[in-house]
Design a protein around this ligand. Structure first.
Ligand SMILES: Cc1ncc(COP(=O)(O)O)c(C=O)c1O
Length: 286
C-alpha cells in the first residue's frame, strides 16, 4: 500500500483527496520533482531541491517549506514506503482558491503532495540490462518555458502519444531551426564521431538533474571530448549513439529513430561505459 503525504498528513494514497478548486488541477499551476531512491537512499536530492527553487521562482511562488522540512517529508515518504527502490514524486501547487481566476491569489496557500512508486534499479551498463528506446522525431510544439518543471505537461503528453502511435517509446523534438531540444520526458545526448554532444540549456529544455550528473561524471572520470552546443537534425540522424537521460532511467540507449536502426539497433560501447559510471558513482552527488 502506497503512503502519500498531503499538506501535513500521511495517509494511504487511495484515501488522499485534493479539492477540484486546487490551481494545480484547474490550471496546471504547479511544479514538481521526481527523485530516484535505491535501497532507501535518495539520489542527488540537493540538485533536485536546487531545481525546485528555480521552478518555484519561474512561477513566482514562494517555497512553502524550507529545504530541511521538505527533506524530512521526503525521507518520511521513503521510510513509510519500505525504503527500497522508489521514485519519489513531489508536487507543489498554488493551492486551493474560492474562485477560478487566472491571476494569482494574493495570499496563496500552496498544496504540497508527495508519494512513492516502485522503480526498477537502472542498468549496470551491460547491453543485457539496458532499457532500449525506439524514438520518432517531431517539431517541438510545447510552450516557451520548458526550463520550468511545471505540472502543465499536456504538450509533452501529446508528443509522447505521437511516439506511442508509431510503436515507439520516446520522441526526439526539434525546434524551428531544426535543432534538437530534448525528448518528451528526457534530455538527449548524441555521440558524433568521438565526441559526446548535448544541447545547451535554455527555455526550450528542462535542466535535467541526470544531464548535469552525466556531464560531471564524464568530466571527472573520462578523457572524452564533450561539447554543449546546438545539435542539428543531421547530426542526430547520423549519430553513432543516442542516449536519453532522466532520473529514473539514468542513461538509456536509443536503438532506432523513425524506424531506422542506431548502432545496428544495439546499445553502444560509449553508452555502456557512461552508464557504468552511474552505477559506480550515482551517490557521489549531494
Ligand atoms: C521534459 C523532460 N526533460 C528532461 C527530463 C530529465 O530530467 P531529470 O534528469 O531531472 O529527471 C525530464 C524528466 O522528467 C523531462 O520530463
Amino acid at each position: 500500500m502506497t503512503i502519500a503525504y498531503l499538506n501535513g498528513d500521511y495517509a494511504p494514497l487511495a484515501d488522499v483527496r485534493i479539492s477540484p478548486m486546487d490551481r494545480g488541477f484547474l490550471f496546471g499551476d504547479g511544479v514538481y520533482e521526481v527523485i530516484p531512491c535505491y535501497d532507501g537512499s535518495m539520489v542527488a536530492l540537493q540538485y533536485h531541491l536546487e531545481r525546485l527553487h528555480q521552478s518555484l521562482e519561474g512561477i513566482a511562488l514562494s517555497q512553502p517549506e524550507s529545504d530541511a522540512q521538505l527533506t524530512s517529508i521526503l525521507s518520511e515518504v521513503v521510510a513509510r514506503n519500505g525504503a527500497g527502490n522508489l521514485g519519489i514524486y513531489l508536487q507543489i501547487t498554488r493551492g486551493v482558491v474560492a474562485k477560478r481566476e487566472h491571476a494569482f491569489p494574493e495570499h496563496p496557500l500552496p498544496t504540497i503532495f508527495a508519494y512513492a512508486f516502485d522503480i526498477s534499479p537502472p542498468s549496470d551498463g551491460s547491453p543485457e540490462t539496458a532499457s532500449c528506446f525506439r524514438a520518432v522525431t517531431r517539431r517541438d510544439q510545447r510552450w516557451g518555458r520548458c526550463h520550468i518543471k511545471s505540472t502543465a505537461l499536456l504538450g509533452n503528453v501529446l508528443h509522447m502519444m505521437e511516439a506511442v502511435e508509431e510503436d515507439a517509446e520516446e520522441v526526439l523534438l526539434f525546434n524551428d531551426q531544426d535543432e534538437l531540444t530534448e525528448a518528451a520526458a528526457c534530455n538527449v545526448f548524441v555521440v558524433c564521431g568521438d565526441t559526446i554532444v548535448t544541447p545547451e540549456l535554455d527555455h526550450q529544455k528542462l535542466p535535467g538533474v541526470t544531464r548535469r550528473q552525466c556531464l560531471e561524471l564524464l568530466e571527472t572520470h573520462t578523457d572524452w571530448t564533450v561539447e554543449i552546443r546546438p545539435v542539428s537534425r543531421d547530426e542526430v540522424l547520423s549519430a553513432s549513439e543516442i542516449w536519453l537521460s532522466s532520473s529514473t532511467k539514468e542513461l538509456a540507449p536509443v536503438v532506432s529513430v523513425d524506424g531506422k536502426p542506431v548502432n545496428e539497433g544495439r546499445p553502444g560501447a560509449r553508452w555502456s561505459a557512461a552508464q557504468k559510471l552511474f552505477q559506480q558513482h550515482r551517490f557521489s552527488r549531494p
